[in-house]
Write a protein that binds this ligand. Structure first.
Ligand SMILES: CC(C)(COP(=O)(O)OP(=O)(O)OC[C@H]1O[C@@H](n2cnc3c(N)ncnc32)[C@H](O)[C@@H]1OP(=O)(O)O)[C@@H](O)C(=O)NCCC(=O)NCCS
Length: 172
């Protein structure tokens, strides 16, 4: 197993797995398969390559050299927001689940976030019905602080979004 930042060369593998994720798990992502399916590989490459200003990067999880999971880290660069970062779009391929890989990916991103100067907390939003993801985040120390009602609408059904936060102060 290897965890590393994705770059432009990973675009085709990322797009294939991302579209699989959006097909398999429509209720857990705010993007839809239709939103993403039309993107060219060049466009995907630009989106997954680490931003020059450090505002966004994408981590990939590889099993036997094949991409098996990913998660984005968003770090706002505006002065008043720079103390926070956000996780988004976490996914582990179904065949690789329940083997600790999601936890390894999450811990790698948390370690990376801790290494960014001045970042004090890491947040995320999760579909309130997503028990597996919430258990994973709780096991890493995230705590829930609020619920946005009807944040997502999928095929006519509404889903609440639970907001979670991991403090990254030196003592935590
Ligand atoms: C959520 C997800 C990333 C977990 O990945 P994973 O590799 O299976 O997770 P791990 O094997 O590392 O599990 C770590 C912990 O998460 C929790 N967990 C994971 N899957 C679970 C499940 N199906 N039911 C209950 N708890 C679960 C458990 O606490 C687990 O620890 P344990 O194995 O000691 O009980 C994966 O199920 C996934 O990609 N789901 C679809 C996409 C998704 O929901 N993304 C989150 C968007 S916010």
């Amino acid at each position: 197993m290897e965890i590393r930042l994705l770059d432009r060369h990973d675009a085709a593998a990322y797009q294939a797995l991302r579209l699989q994720a959006l097909r398999d798990s429509p209720h857990v992502f705010s993007a839809s398969h239709d939103d993403e399916a039309g993107r060219s590989i060049d466009e995907v490459a630009t989106r997954i390559a680490p931003a020059a200003d450090g505002s966004v990067c994408m981590f990939g999880l590889f099993e036997e050299d094949a991409l098996a999971g990913f998660v984005a880290l968003i770090h706002p660069q505006r002065k008043k927001l720079r103390h926070g970062a956000e996780l988004a779009g976490m996914y582990v391929a179904p065949a690789c689940r329940r083997r600790g890989l999601g936890a390894a990916l999450l811990h790698a991103v948390i370690a990376h976030t801790r290494s960014i100067d001045g970042v004090r907390q890491l947040g995320l939003g999760v579909n309130a019905t997503n028990a597996a993801a919430k258990a994973l985040y709780r096991s890493a120390g995230f705590v829930s602080w609020g619920v946005q009602p009807r944040a997502l609408q999928v095929d006519g059904a509404f889903f609440d979004e639970e907001h979670m936060l991991l403090p990254l102060d030196a003592t935590s």
